[in-house]
Design a protein around this ligand. Structure first.
Ligand code: PTJ
Length: 250
């Protein structure tokens, strides 16, 4: 049995576990109520993808890991859904690639900022950025633009999972390398990313970490991995998989 009293052999185990984590996130004041809607939207795409990591998404995860390893100032952005779903996994990725973690909310309130920072510390984060909010992403209104000057503002590579399209576009416009995790290949976030990973965050974050650990200990040509990547092709492959999806037995 697991944290939700459902056997891991249940065919929809991962989906039920995800829902449970999001519900708990809302109860704890970490996840916004809009986060429930976002999760429902994501689940639909995941269902159509067959709740699996496409090989194109796996390749994108490897390219994302490569960017994070090569970055001078990598930052992992965390919102209410990410904190509820993958807190420990995010901390592990930060350690694997030497990235800072910054809380960055669409629906920003001081209470949620604090609750998420505390939750991340409880899951092993040594330092959590985002509370200073002493810089702004240009082109966005006040609350949604707030970032830390020595965090996202100064970053060269940012991982932004489950991001609102407007903000993902504004961040991409600053010239940073943006790695997006989003199950919807047609979303503006996925479309504006240098590296779109069309996969469930529950699978994507541990996968990026696994690639980072493997690449870190190898003599792979990181430059060549990045050069060979085509974000449009990865989005097209995910869209094709969704449109042609085989739902038998799901
Ligand atoms: O915590 P906050 O205040 O920063 O708010 C976070 C949410 C996610 C509520 C906010 O950014 C938002 O409203 O996002 P959207 O515009 O609903 O977009 C979320 C995107 O993430 C959608 O394209 C979903 O398909 C996708 N998504 C949802 N759940 C997952 C997901 N992608 C990957 N894994 C998931 N589990």
């Amino acid at each position: 049995m697991s944290e939700i009293e459902i056997p891991e052999s249940h065919p929809r185990y991962e989906s039920l576990l995800t829902r449970h984590r999001i519900e708990t996130g809302v109860e704890k004041g970490i996840t916004s109520q809009q986060g429930l809607i976002a999760q429902g939207r994501g689940e639909t795409f995941d269902y159509l993808l067959g709740e699996r990591t496409l090989s194109s998404a796996d390749e994108a995860a490897r390219v994302g890991a490569t960017h994070l390893l090569r970055a001078k100032r990598p930052v992992l952005s965390v919102n209410g859904n990410v904190a509820a779903l993958v807190p420990e996994e995010t901390v592990e990725l930060g350690e694997a690639v030497g990235a800072d973690i910054e809380v960055n909310l669409f629906n920003r309130t001081p209470e949620r900022m604090e609750a998420i920072a505390t939750h991340l510390r409880e899951h092993g984060a040594e330092s959590v950025k985002g509370l200073e909010a002493d810089a702004r992403i240009p082109g966005l209104d006040h609350e949604r633009a707030k970032v830390d000057a020595d965090g996202i503002h100064a970053a060269d590579v940012v991982l932004v999972p489950l991001e609102d399209g407007d903000r993902a576009e504004a961040l991409a416009a600053t010239g940073k390398t943006e790695i997006v995790v989003d199950l919807n290949p047609l979303s503006r976030s996925a479309q504006s990313a240098s590296v779109p990973i069309v996969d469930n965050i529950i699978r994507a974050i541990p996968n990026v970490t696994a690639h980072a650990r493997e690449l870190r200990d190898s003599s792979a040509d990181l430059e060549a991995i990045i050069e060979a990547f085509d974000p449009k092709a990865t989005l097209a492959d995910a869209e094709r998989a969704i449109r042609e999806g085989q739902l038998e037995g799901m």
